[in-house]
Design a protein around this ligand. Sequence first.
Ligand SMILES: C[S@@+](CC[C@H](N)C(=O)[O-])C[C@H]1O[C@@H](n2cnc3c(N)ncnc32)[C@H](O)[C@@H]1O
Length: 332
Amino acid sequence: MNATINLENKHFPVLLNELVSIISPLYGGTFIDCTFGSGGYSEKILEYSKNKVIAIDRDKDVLVYANNLKNYYEERFLFHHLKFSEINKIRDKNIKGVIFDLGYSTNQIKDLRKGLSFDAKGKLNMRMGINDFSCHEVISKMNEENLNLIFKFYGDERFSKKIAHKIVIERKKKVLKTEDLAKIIESVKKNYNPRVNKSTKIFQSLRIFVNKEISELINGLINAFNILPLGGIIAVVTFHSLEDKIVKFFFKNYSEIKSSSRYMPENKKNNLYFNIRKKKPITPSPTEMKKNPSSRSAKLRYGIKIKNNCDFIELKKKFKYLLDIEQLGSDL
Ligand SMILES: C[S@@+](CC[C@H](N)C(=O)[O-])C[C@H]1O[C@@H](n2cnc3c(N)ncnc32)[C@H](O)[C@@H]1O
């Protein structure tokens, strides 16, 4: 029986079977679903009668799905409207796993009020929930140099400088809306013929900036590690290279002996906090990609916690340049 069968327009959960097969050996305990969405992962985990799920989402629009699971699974399901960087607020003695399915859901992209899609019209938004500012403030107030940094480092956009320059010129004439931003990008990249939509990279960079996705991810992973008992699992699904780079480093750097030099201090040699079964990420099968083409860039990485008390200094240092860009929003 399926608890949410009557709710339409649900997000299609990616790599669901793969995720369940890696966590199922830990069956019988509490799993934290950090990115509840329309509850595809939560619901699957709850199908095992000894499991409990504590779900988190920053978007309060998902409450309709959360209430539905609550009615059905009662005390085995709890929902918190929180950002996942605040996962350390959750208390449970029996946590077996923490799951992240990063990015936005199809429900969010289809909700044109959120302005996450280039098809949206009207005031720039891009807030997923619990934000300090929207994309409107970024595009109307931020100086050219800082806009360029956001587009370059969060979007890997070749035309970042030109686009930032054009935005600053155009916003003197009128308040820029979502459709105006898309037109500006189109005009700068007129003769450029990429396979993906010309606005993809700029929209992605602004979404990352508005939602502070870099610090959310880094702090979310660190706090997940801190609340997880030994033997628990952290599993993360990423959708673009920037987030995958962070997740890959998080697991790889803290699961490998970095040098075999006999002169290296013993405590450094044994800096192993995760047991990683697979070095390569798990990716969707050809059948899944055919059924759900937007799953094609998904990557699932996971690790089992084997040691406590990690300071994660190398992780924070390595991605400081991305965290620093987030600070540009503190004056908005
Ligand atoms: C890809 S969807 C998850 C879909 C879900 N696995 C399902 O099966 O329906 C990502 C969800 O995570 C939420 N989200 C993104 N960043 C978040 C954050 N920092 N804290 C809490 N929720 C977040 C979004 O609001 C969205 O609902």
